[in-house]
Design a protein around this ligand. Structure first.
Ligand SMILES: *Cc1c(COP(=O)(O)O)cnc(C)c1O
Length: 492
């Protein structure tokens, strides 16, 4: 097979291998790594249909990670997905009214990020071996709640790695905070940051781009890497469930092989929906990709007007994992459309300096953008429970509200709504939607009340989080993040 190079979105002449891209995470020029070209990456539907989730993952990864041996890919996939999910095929498609919910939350932390974050530690440590990197890899992650715990679980006790998770102090749910702060493992570190997710993410990005700081770490034989969806190793595993769910519809006789489907994706950092775009680029028959946002609807405005405008209020919503104004992975889509790394650098510079950039709206014919208000989300959770006895979480509800709003534009194609979290991860918002009279202050009690009221069980992974010992409780300011890292790593 031909070797696939990866380039930076901000410098197309910076070419590296897949392994190097995964280990580096983010390019030094601030750009994100992407395959140099998609023209040699094409999947034949006939060949892939009928494969198990694991085997499908191996086929897809093999075309993107051309410097991994088949044995390495086998090892990574089999170990990552061993025993960690509560259903054999990892994901499940559930029909509800006119939607198919693709449940991506059967992994260890009950949210879709497990799909990739169970695999990333294996990809990363294997990649490091491939480039004979014997440095300690330090995973630095900013989280709006779900990435943090999934990454901590994935990297916990993985040899030669340390993981440091920063989360916005008041920007995650109590369950999310407890999940993170009770993580065991001899290499896990969790620190909250004063401010919102964008502050936290920007703080982490600055550290990645801080040459002086990186050199200091290098002297101690340490290299920083990222578990956020800016890491290409996070995105690739996410391509798989687009294909898998498509084949499920074929198997169930809903479509014939080759027919088109729509996907509605609750979006924050734009990683999940970008994986859907990569699925389309590599051969999946996709009609439309719908970018569903909450009240932080910067992406809705972007797809309607071509203007990405940060000059707006930031809202805390009941779908906190989507409370994001700077959607990092949009840069990868822009590169694919414009094929010009200096243009990308200019756009990103405009965003940094003026808080806004603009492109032509007709660049994105396969995309629609729409958003859901908080009231609509509450209403939808209630409606789906009353009508179908199915509980959905607020992120998934954003997707379903948006699907319904755009129904007329989606054509006669079946529509798959990505269900990104188990509802018990957001018990308060869910109970508030279906039985507000039963609300109590204690968020952990809420889950039990929700179980009793709905007769639906919470996943084992979420039970008992309140009884665990708090092992992490540090807070810092954005300015102080570097110092916290130095302390954790014993670097002067
Ligand atoms: C992270 C997350 C999202 C958003 O995914 P992106 O890849 O950031 O667009 C949506 N829902 C849940 C539950 C999440 O954890």
């Amino acid at each position: 097979m031909k070797n696939l190079n990866y380039i930076s979105t901000r410098n197309k002449d910076y070419k590296i291998s897949a392994s190097e891209a995964i280990v580096q995470g983010l390019s030094e020029d601030g750009g994100l790594f992407i395959p140099e070209s998609f023209k040699d990456i094409h999947f034949d539907l006939e060949e892939l249909k009928g494969l198990s989730y694991r085997d499908l993952t191996k086929e897809i990864l093999a075309k993107f990670l051309t410097d991994f041996t088949p044995e390495q890919i086998e090892y990574c996939v089999e170990n990552a997905y061993l025993d960690k999910f509560d259903i054999p095929e990892l994901v499940e498609l559930t029909k509800s009214g006119n939607s198919y919910f693709l449940e991506l939350w059967h992994g260890p932390t009950a949210a879709f990020k497990d799909m990739a974050l169970t695999l990333l530690p294996y990809l990363l440590t294997t990649a490091a071996k491939n480039i004979s990197e014997d440095k300690k890899i330090v995973i630095l992650t900013a989280t709006s709640g779900d990435t943090g715990k999934a990454a901590l679980e994935g990297f916990k006790d993985v040899e030669n790695t340390e993981i440091i998770v920063f989360y916005p102090k008041d920007g995650v749910s109590l369950t999310q905070e407890l999940q993170m702060n009770t993580t065991e493992g001899n290499n896990t570190h969790v620190i909250s940051v004063e401010g919102n997710f964008d502050d936290t993410q920007n703080g982490v990005k600055e550290i990645f781009n801080d040459q002086e700081f990186n050199n200091l770490l290098k002297d101690s034989n340490i290299v920083l890497s990222s578990a956020n969806s800016i890491n290409i190793g996070r995105l690739l595993p996410q391509i798989v469930y687009y294909f898998y769910s498509y084949f499920e519809l074929v198997t169930n006789g809903v479509i014939k092989l080759g027919d088109k489907v729509n996907f509605v994706v609750p979006s924050g950092n734009f990683g999940d929906i970008l994986a859907g775009y990569y699925a389309k680029l590599t051969g999946l028959p996709v009609n439309l990709l719908v970018c569903a946002s909450n009240k932080n609807n910067i992406l809705t405005d972007f797809f309607k007007t071509g203007s990405y405008d940060l000059n707006r209020d930031f809202f805390k919503t009941i779908s906190p994992s989507m409370d994001i104004l700077i959607s990092s992975n949009l840069e990868r889509l822009l590169y694919d459309k414009l094929q010009d790394s200096s243009k990308i650098s200019n756009l990103m510079n405009d965003l940094k300096e003026k808080g806004i950039f603009e492109v032509e709206t007709d660049l994105f014919p396969e995309y629609l953008g729409e958003f859901a208000t908080e009231e609509e989300v509450h209403g939808k959770i209630k409606e789906i429970f009353k009508d179908n006895n199915i509980l959905i979480d607020p992120h998934t509800a954003v997707g379903e509200v948006v699907r319904e709003k755009l129904e007329d534009q989606l054509g006669d194609y079946p529509t798959i709504v990505l269900s990104t979290a188990n509802p018990f991860k957001f018990s308060k918002a869910v109970l508030d939607s279906i039985a507000p009279d039963l609300l109590v202050d204690n968020e952990i009690e809420l889950s039990k009340i929700l179980e009793e009221y709905t007769k639906i069980n919470q996943p084992n992974s979420l039970k008992g989080v309140i009884d665990k010992e708090i092992l992490h409780d540090q807070t810092c300011t954005r300015e102080n993040m570097r110092n916290e890292i130095k302390k954790v790593l014993n670097v002067e």
